[in-house]
Design a protein around this ligand. Structure first.
Ligand code: PLP
Length: 392
């Protein structure tokens, strides 16, 4: 009666959520101020005032219309507003026919994978990676092929990706700015990846779609974040407002299928079919209309940048090794022993909640989400010092 695969997935521990739950319990036990919770990527800055104001404006409208169903790809006025924003921001053609509104990046990627793959295909991603890529890929009946990033840069390792591509490769998922490392892929890296995929498409006579997962596009500390569809025709953008507008629990994002894709219309139809098959009737209507009025509102990057500065300075002084992040709000720190799970457990002794890299398909590191109060970061430094001493 029960689907075993789904049961196993439901029972599978999610380290990030486990650590987050542990932190909640621990805070209740010893006081929130005594727990240094670097576990989860919940934005710590409030949604911009203009967003809150839009909720009020939208809710004051005709209550029937406020809560109505929209067409599956989204309210046409919302799709048009997003398309205009894409065109004006990235200088690339876009109309409402290129935009499918979703419940966040998660549904963007699940829908896209269902739309562009067939069971038995292979999907490549660069490790360390956002763990749900594996869930969504396997749900589409495909295999996720993990290709480690080049070190120490954590940029895509082009020769390694080349070696991993086979005639069964139907997609490559990239995420820049990156969770969990904080890297922003350079234009040169993306151009090299684009050339490689074109070359492999020619060699095998296949299509390789590039899925660009972009929830952190605006959270960047000065680095350029090239628009991937301008570099590689067969790109599908999966965008989310969860982080840029601090709306993670509201569930809103969009898929952009550019007309540069030769069969864009057919692909869009498949995306509509995939959304339908996965039970997404339409994205939350209130959120659709709120974000349509808030496109281009800047994220509060300064707060994250200050957190990054304090955290990096503190860890520098203590001699921790980490990857200098150019974007997102994560710091990738070298564990002080090979076993990152054991290191994360040891850190708990000092009330430090650090996610082991094993959760992201890599060994020997931990991820710190620094989208937390600045004061927590400052007060956590003695705990990091004690953790270091414990390994002296
Ligand atoms: N992709 C990456 C890399 C993420 O970090 C997240 C969330 O943390 C998601 C996708 C899912 O985002 P959403 O809340 O828009 O579903």
């Amino acid at each position: 009666m029960i689907n075993e695969r789904m049961h196993d997935l439901g029972a599978e521990p999610n380290k990030i959520r486990e650590l987050f739950a542990y932190g909640m319990a621990r805070k209740a036990e010893i006081g929130a101020e005594n727990v240094f919770d670097y576990s989860i990527g919940n934005p710590s800055v409030p949604a911009p005032d203009a967003v809150t104001e839009q909720f009020r404006i939208q809710l004051a409208k005709d209550p029937v219309i406020v809560h109505e169903y929209t067409p599956s790809p989204g309210d046409p006025t919302v799709r048009r507003a997003i398309a205009d924003h894409i065109r004006d921001t990235f200088g690339i053609p876009a109309t409402m026919d290129n935009v499918y509104v979703t419940s966040g990046a998660s549904s963007c990627i699940a829908i896209t994978l269902a739309a562009i793959t067939n069971p038995g295909d292979e999907v490549i991603t660069i490790s360390p990676y956002f763990p749900e890529y594996k869930t969504w890929t396997e749900n589409a009946g495909c295999t996720l092929i993990e290709v480690p990033a080049e070190t120490p840069s954590f940029q895509p390792d082009i020769p390694a990706i080349e070696a991993a591509i086979t005639p069964k490769t139907s997609a490559v998922i990239i995420n820049t700015p990156n969770n969990p490392v904080g890297t922003v892929y350079t234009r040169a890296s993306l151009e090299a990846l684009a050339s490689l995929l074109q070359e492999k498409e020619r060699e095998y006579g296949t299509r390789i779609m590039l899925i660009s997962d972009e929830p952190y596009r605006e959270i960047v500390y000065g680095a350029e974040v090239p628009y991937v569809p301008s570099l590689y025709e067969d790109t599908i953008v999966c965008y989310s407002f969860s982080k840029s507008l601090s709306l993670p629990g509201e569930r809103i994002g969009y898929i952009y299928v550019s007309d540069l894709i030769p069969d864009a219309r057919e692909l869009f139809t498949a995306i509509s079919g995939a959304g339908r098959s996965l039970g997404y009737i339409c994205a939350p209507v209130l959120l659709q209309r709120v974000i349509a009025q808030c496109l281009g509102i800047p994220s509060d990057v300064a707060t994250y940048e200050e957190n990054r500065r304090i955290l990096c300075k503190g860890l520098d002084e203590l001699g921790y090794e980490y990857v200098e992040p150019d974007g997102a709000f994560y710091l990738w720190v070298r564990a002080l022993e090979d076993d990152a799970v054991a290191f994360s457990e040891r850190a708990k002794d000092f009330e430090l909640l650090l996610v082991p890299s094993d959760s992201f398909g890599a060994t020997g590191w931990v991820r710190l989400s620094y989208c937390i109060a600045k004061d927590t970061i400052e007060r956590s430094m003695p705990a990091f010092a004690k953790l270091k001493e414990a390994y002296a």
